[in-house]
Design a protein around this ligand. Structure first.
Ligand code: ATP
Ligand code: MG
Length: 429
């Protein structure tokens, strides 16, 4: 195929054989979030570039080098959203959803865009499900966010493969004091810091903590610890969260180096990580961002949220072979028809069946074909049963009902009795 007709590097088609797993995953999450009282919000995929600069922060990886930014025909600078929080906060403010201190528990799903180096688990268009909670400032809601993801891992059968890492960045005051101490310490070891860290020391010093460079890591061993700089408010909040996770029986490890890439976090930050996917091990990440709404021009409004990467979780389900078998079977009954008269009767009959059994997954053969070829298609469809209608059956106003997966004998069933019969053999979802 000529180059111009290929998809963009790092942007994937999700093919028909993969969509059942995506729909299973998305459906499971949507049901869970309904049950916990979260409401879905849908934001545009494109926003003014300024939104992301102001919320994510000018000196983050995303804003510095990962955004898909372009000028539209009016000369406005627009950006394909790299994440969902900024747009969600923008929408909440624009529509007054948190006016008067009203709490909101929201979720969204959709594609995000970052110009990163594509590799397994890292793409340029990828998909997230995100949650954002506003105007609830206690550790109880931080705990709920973690508890519900823990339940989700259980529903998906991947609990044993993920680990919760937790840290507190403190309030902006305590983080400010810590930042000063860290900068002072690191400035004394400038020659041992990698280039990236030297740069970050000036722009975003906390990010030095998650350097991958061994020499810099060695320096950090003696660096001041965030935990020693937490003020009472932050400490009580963090203890409150830990007590709730303990009560819920959710294991976690404290990772003092967990700082997260984005500027806007405060107090709680967390990541769910797995060692089953290689380098791209974080499947879900988030934290509290109490200052963000105000920073974006709103009244002081606390916030906490997270986003999970759907591609990575799908990869994990596949790696752990936690793909339920039944999700790929999309047909219950395959209707084989022979001859024009039978085809007309089959059309009327199948529409009547769909009226009577609204959840029936019935595929009517299209394109005619021999007995052999229609049966091959019936088998390939994954259907449990075939219906057969030819001139002989039509004359007697019956169809032949044939189990395809070895559950009983073939039998003739009168047109009128067919719906009742199917209802007894097909579990309606
Ligand atoms: P990473 O450290 O892997 O780059 P991040 O900190 O940039 O992740 P967030 O912005 O917190 O990621 O996004 C939340 C989740 O979205 C991540 O934990 C991950 O599962 C997923 N994610 C982020 N970037 C990508 C990407 N380029 N491709 C696929 N999934 C991604
Ligand atoms: Mg990233």
């Amino acid at each position: 195929m000529s180059k111009s007709l290929q998809a963009i590097r790092g942007m994937n088609d999700i093919l028909p054989e993969q969509t059942p797993l995506w729909r299973y995953f998305e459906g499971t999450v949507a049901r869970l979030l309904d049950n916990y009282g979260y409401k879905q919000i849908r934001m545009p995929i494109v926003e003014f570039t300024e939104l992301f600069k102001r919320s994510i922060g000018e000196v983050t990886d995303i804003v510095e080098k990962e955004m898909y930014t372009f000028e539209d025909r009016n000369g406005d600078s627009l950006t394909l959203r790299p994440e969902g929080t900024a747009a969600c906060v923008r929408a909440v403010l624009e529509h007054g959803l948190t006016g008067g201190g009203q709490p909101q528990k929201l979720w969204y799903i959709g594609p995000m865009f970052r110009h990163e180096r594509p590799q397994k688990g890292r793409y340029r268009q990828f998909h997230q499900i995100g949650l954002e909670v506003f105007n609830l400032d206690g550790p109880d809601i931080d705990a709920e966010l973690i508890v519900l993801t823990w339940r989700l891992w259980g529903m998906l059968g991947i609990r044993d493969a993920v680990k919760l890492e937790l840290n507190s960045l403190g309030t902006s005051e305590s983080r400010g004091r810590y930042r000063e101490a860290l900068v002072e310490f690191l400035s004394g070891h400038l020659d041992k810091l990698d280039e990236d860290s030297q740069r970050r020391l000036k722009t975003n010093p906390l990010r030095v903590l998650d350097t991958k460079n061994a020499e810099t890591q060695a320096v950090l061993v003696d660096a001041p610890k965030m935990a020693d700089y937490l003020d009472d408010e932050s400490r009580i909040h963090f203890e409150g969260l830990k007590a709730r996770l303990d009560a819920a029986g959710i294991p976690y490890v404290i990772n003092p180096k967990l700082v997260r890439g984005l500027d806007y976090y405060s107090k709680t930050v967390f990541e769910w990580v797995t060692d089953k996917l290689g380098a791209q091990g974080t499947v879900c990440a988030g934290g509290r961002y109490d200052g963000l709404v105000e920073q974006m021009g709103g009244k002081p409004t606390t916030g906490v949220g997270f986003a999970m990467g759907i591609e990575r979780l799908i990869l994990l389900l596949e790696t752990l072979e936690q793909v339920p078998e039944e999700i790929s079977r999309q047909v219950d009954v395959y209707f084989c028809v022979f001859g024009e008269a039978a085809e007309l009767a089959a059309l009327a009959l199948s529409e009547k069946l769909r009226d009577q059994l609204p959840n029936l997954r019935l595929q009517v053969n299209a394109g005619a074909g021999s007995f052999k070829s229609q049966f091959k298609k019936a088998d390939k469809s994954g259907a449990l049963y075939a219906l057969i209608l030819g001139d002989d059956e039509l004359a007697q106003q019956v169809v032949s009902f044939k189990p395809l997966r070895g559950q009983g004998e073939q039998q003739s069933i009168a047109f009128d009795a067919l719906a009742a019969h199917l209802a007894t053999c097909i579990v309606q979802g």
